[in-house]
Write a protein that binds this ligand. Structure first.
Ligand SMILES: [Zn+2]
Length: 461
């Protein structure tokens, strides 16, 4: 065989193997995503593969001025690592390691940025500069000391009464997405023929109002991050033109479609959640945030959507950072603040209670991610409870619970949405059911109530 023929054959084999690997990768990504719209369906799936990772030897990533900064999450800002001084010597080495390896990461890639020594951890900080580290000392004792934080855990609350088990609690309710005239651009809209369009942003707002009223009746102070189908973000897509162009270019794209995709996404998703985070972290300062969502399976054409017989629920709490997410200096910092404030314990207790009450009320099976998912980790204690790193549950600075019940493009769910939000019960496939929004709201409130009744000191006045 001539060298030229050998070369051609080798090239073909390499190309073939490469495409098979790529198809398998795409297949896994699609199988894993419970809601293709929860994560942008195009460029972003490969985005994490293309972002630069700093090397373990302390070298730096070069960021071109005016270019997309690959060392930060989209629209992220460089963190002030000295904020971690608040939590020096407050966590044991054992707890730090357990939370980092069993909840907050999915593999060993954290070792590129964090080195655990006998009495401290060395953490890589600004990866645009060589050899920049922060030293976090572990607690000397066998226990953690109570950490400094803006929110109250179950142990910080005074006793409450049986009919006001949520007294002294501040709870923010974040109705996912925007709805209204923005439902189409945020890809949370579909319609079958002349039926009422299904818009996630409107379903979540109705559900949020029902929850708010009940939480107040149970003694809590409750706040909505939005009370209308309007964005909280003061900016519109055009505002993000330059950033979107830089982002597209960092992925090797210069076409108008990709630039517009990022412009829109920065407006309705990234910028919107960051605007809500300012409201939550600076004004409401809650002890808990409920991020309300309705799930979906891929529906493709919104004017002629694919309906599915799948229907399920799951509940998310924070954790499971991917290697690409850990490579972002701000995400790594935000993860550490969650670990140091002991967010997980609180999220887990509430998550278990809400997952159980949702399963009971909706009678739906739990959704399961792939067993070795690279972006979700199963949390013990209830079916359908998972950890994932989403912008909202990472940057809202207190425990965050993220319910994801119902598949909107399931036939029965679609039909229930057509009935609107009604009082009492109506026959759905032969069974008396509350409106879908009330069933959802009542289940979430029931879970929260059960958790505080079981874990707070309760007395009867
Ligand atoms: Zn959603």
């Amino acid at each position: 065989m001539s060298t030229a023929v050998k070369f051609v054959i080798t090239t073909l084999v390499v190309l073939l193997l490469g495409s098979v690997a790529f198809i398998l990768f795409l297949h896994q990504q699609l199988q894993e995503a419970p809601n293709p719209f929860e994560r942008p369906p195009t460029a972003s799936e490969s985005e994490s593969q293309e972002e630069a990772s700093p090397l373990p030897d302390g070298s730096a990533v070069t960021v071109v001025p005016g270019g997309h900064d690959t060392t930060l999450a989209d629209l992220g800002t460089r963190p002030d690592w000295h904020m971690l001084d608040l939590w020096q010597e407050t966590i044991t080495r054992e707890n730090f390691t357990r939370l980092l390896t069993q909840i907050y990461t999915v593999d060993d890639s954290w070792k590129r940025y964090i080195t655990i020594k006998p009495d401290h951890a060395v953490i890589r900080t600004d990866t645009t500069k060589p050899n920049t580290y922060y030293e976090l000392k572990f607690s000397h004792g066998y226990n953690d000391s109570s950490p400094d934080r803006s929110w109250k855990s179950i142990d910080d609350l005074p006793p409450a009464t049986t009919n006001k088990p949520l007294a002294d609690l501040r709870i923010a309710i974040d109705p996912g997405h925007i709805g209204g005239e923005f439902a189409k651009v945020e890809q949370r809209w579909f319609q079958i023929g002349d039926n009422k369009p299904v818009m996630e942003g409107e379903l979540t707002l109705t559900t949020a109002r029902l929850i708010k009223r009940q939480l107040i009746n149970l003694g809590a102070k409750a706040y909505l991050t939005r009370g209308t189908n309007e964005p909280v973000n003061p900016h519109r897509p055009e505002f993000y033109r330059e950033l979107a162009t830089a982002k597209a270019r960092s992925l090797g794209k210069t076409d108008e479609q990709t630039i517009q995709y990022f412009q829109n996404k920065f407006f309705y998703l990234t910028g919107e959640i960051r605007a809500r985070a300012r409201r939550i972290n600076l004004a409401f300062r809650p002890d808990l945030v409920l991020c309300l969502h309705y799930n979906a399976e891929r529906w493709d054409d919104p004017e002629n959507p694919t309906l599915t017989n799948k229907n399920h629920y799951h509940v998310l709490l924070h954790g499971a950072l991917t290697s690409a997410e850990l490579a972002h200096d701000d995400e790594r910092f935000e993860m550490l603040t969650k670990i140091l404030q002991h967010n997980h314990e609180q999220e887990k207790g509430l998550g278990i209670a809400i997952a159980k009450s949702l399963a009971k009320a909706t009678k739906l099976p739990a959704y399961n991610y792939q067993p070795h998912s690279k972006r979700a980790r199963k949390v013990k204690g209830a079916e359908g409870l998972w950890a994932r790193n989403l912008l909202a549950n990472r940057i809202y600075q207190c425990p965050v619970i993220f319910p994801e019940p119902y598949v909107m493009n399931n036939q029965e769910v679609h039909d229930r949405v057509q009935l609107g939000n009604y009082k009492g019960k109506k026959k759905i496939n032969g069974v008396d059911r509350k409106s879908i929004q009330r069933e959802y709201a009542d289940a979430v409130v029931e879970g929260i109530k059960n958790y505080y009744l079981a874990n707070r000191i309760i007395y009867t006045p």
